[in-house]
Design a protein around this ligand. Sequence first.
Ligand SMILES: [Zn+2]
Length: 184
Amino acid sequence: MDLASYADLVIELVNTQDPAEDSLRDLDALHELLKIRPHLSGRITRRDLDAMRELRAELRAIFVSATEGDEEAAIDRLNSLLIQHPVHPQMSGHDGQRWHLHLTEGGSVPDRYAAGAAMGLAVKISDQGIDRLGICRAASCRNIFFDTTADGSRRYCSDRCAGRATEAAYAARLANTDQRDGGQ
Ligand SMILES: [Zn+2]
């Protein structure tokens, strides 16, 4: 696994929590989340699911603090995750890939996931800045993202949410105009 892509673990886990539907509600859903990460697979139990949901809340809290401008709180939260879930780096060269670094080889699935996610996020923030952490501004969305635009102008998690927000703003403007016209 590419070291930079460990930060994707954060996004993938936190964004299972849609306001309309929590897609991490049972063990099948957790298997589904881990499927694309063979290194993070293993036997999982109900307790692991609970641990993953707790981790999800902790990771989201980092984004909430960061986007509210409380960088110290965000970093404090991240530091406690790094302490709770230390990495166990190992060089690996499986499946014909070149030698590369794995951050987490031992421990329970949630522990390994947490160690990888926390380190990935730490690397991301160190490289690109904490102001790159974002939460979607669309009304019905809480997805998180890393802003990779040159000027740090990203507001939405996806084109879909950006499109919906534009439509909503347009509808609001129309309603406003109607009201004004009606009042005269
Ligand atoms: Zn969104």
